[in-house]
Write a protein that binds this ligand. Structure first.
Ligand SMILES: [Zn+2]
Length: 292
C-alpha cells in the first residue's frame, strides 16, 4: 500500500505543471539555439526557419501555425524581419499569450541598439530593412543583452526555475566576454570588404573593419547593371579584401563582380547551422575564421 502511495505521488509530481517544459517557438536558428542554451532541459524549442532559407522571404505554413498555437513563448528577431509570415502565424494561431504586449511575446530586438534606423518614413532602406538593420545577432554586445532578457522572461513563464534561467544567462554572458578576448585578437581590424547584403554591419562596428560597397543597391533589391558597373569601377581602385555573401544568396552577382575585379568571394556562415556551427559561439568562430 505504502509503495502504491509513493508511486502515485511520483506520478502526480511528474505530471504537475511545474515539471512541464516551457514550449518555446523561435523563428530563426540562432534564437532557437540561444533558447536551448538559456532554457536547457526546462524548455522544449521548436525553430521555424531552416538555415538554408533566406530569412527575409519565409512563408507561413500550417505546421508553423500549429507550433505557434501550442507555444508558451514566441521568440523572434523583430525589426520587421519576419513581417512576411509572423503576423499571419499570430493571427491564425489564436493563442493570446504570444500577442505583442503579453508575456509570451519575446521580441529579441527590444534588447538591442539597432543600426541604420531610417531617418524618413520612405523606403530608403529598401523593403526588407524598414525599421533598421535586423542582422544584429553577429554582435556579441547585443547577444549578451538578449540572453539576459531571455533568462528573465523564461523565469516569468516558469518561476520555479527562474534561478536556473538567470544562471544560464549569466554563464552565457561570461563566456561571451571570455571569447571576446580571443576574437578581438583576430586580424579583422582595418580590413575592407564588399558585401552582397547589409548583413555584417554590427560585426564591422564591433570588430573594426568596414564594408565599402554593396552588391545590392538597397537591401533585398537585386543588383542592377548600372550599380554593378560603378561598384566594379570603385573596387578596381579600392581593392577590398573580399566580397562577402551567405549561402542562401544567389552567388551569380558575386561571382560576376569577382571575375571582373579579381577580388575573391567568401561565403560567410550567417546563422547557427551554417558552416557546421552547432551554437552561436561556434557560428561566431566560423564567421571570424572565414573573414580572416
Ligand atoms: Zn537583411
Amino acid at each position: 500500500m505504502q509503495r502504491i502511495l509513493i508511486l502515485l505521488s511520483v506520478i502526480l509530481l511528474l505530471s504537475s505543471p511545474a515539471c512541464a517544459a516551457v514550449k518555446v517557438v523561435a523563428t530563426l536558428p540562432w534564437i532557437g539555439s540561444l533558447a536551448k542554451e538559456i532554457g536547457g532541459d526546462k524548455v522544449d524549442v521548436t525553430t521555424l526557419v531552416k538555415v538554408s532559407q533566406d530569412p527575409h522571404s519565409i512563408e507561413a505554413k500550417p505546421s508553423m501555425i500549429a507550433a505557434t498555437r501550442r507555444a508558451d513563448i514566441l521568440m523572434y528577431n523583430g525589426l520587421d524581419l519576419e513581417i512576411g509570415y509572423l503576423p499571419i502565424l499570430m493571427e491564425s494561431a489564436r493563442n493570446p499569450v504570444i500577442n505583442p504586449g503579453n508575456p509570451g511575446n519575446f521580441n529579441c530586438s527590444a534588447y538591442v541598439t539597432a543600426l541604420e534606423i531610417p531617418t524618413s518614413t520612405g523606403r530608403e532602406n529598401g523593403d526588407v530593412h524598414p525599421l533598421g538593420n535586423p542582422h544584429y545577432h553577429l554582435s556579441p554586445a547585443n547577444m549578451k543583452k538578449i540572453a539576459v532578457g531571455m533568462g528573465e522572461r523564461l523565469g516569468k513563464a516558469d518561476p520555479v526555475h527562474a534561478g536556473f534561467y538567470r544562471g544560464n544567462a549569466a554563464r552565457f554572458s561570461t563566456q561571451v566576454d571570455r571569447k571576446m578576448k580571443e576574437w578581438q585578437g583576430s586580424r579583422l581590424k582595418g580590413k575592407q570588404f564588399v558585401s552582397q547584403h547589409r548583413f555584417f554591419e554590427y560585426l564591422a562596428a564591433e570588430f573594426g573593419f568596414s564594408i565599402v560597397g554593396y552588391l545590392e543597391d538597397k537591401p533585398g533589391i537585386p543588383p542592377g547593371s548600372a550599380h554593378v558597373q560603378s561598384l566594379i569601377a570603385g573596387m578596381v581602385k579600392q581593392k577590398p579584401h573580399a566580397i562577402l555573401s551567405t549561402s542562401y544568396h544567389d552567388q551569380k552577382p558575386a561571382r560576376f563582380v569577382s571575375s571582373k575585379t579579381g577580388v575573391r568571394t567568401v561565403t560567410v556562415p550567417h546563422d547557427v547551422g551554417a558552416g557546421g556551427s552547432r551554437d552561436w559561439f561556434w557560428l561566431m568562430d566560423a564567421v571570424i575564421a572565414s573573414l580572416e
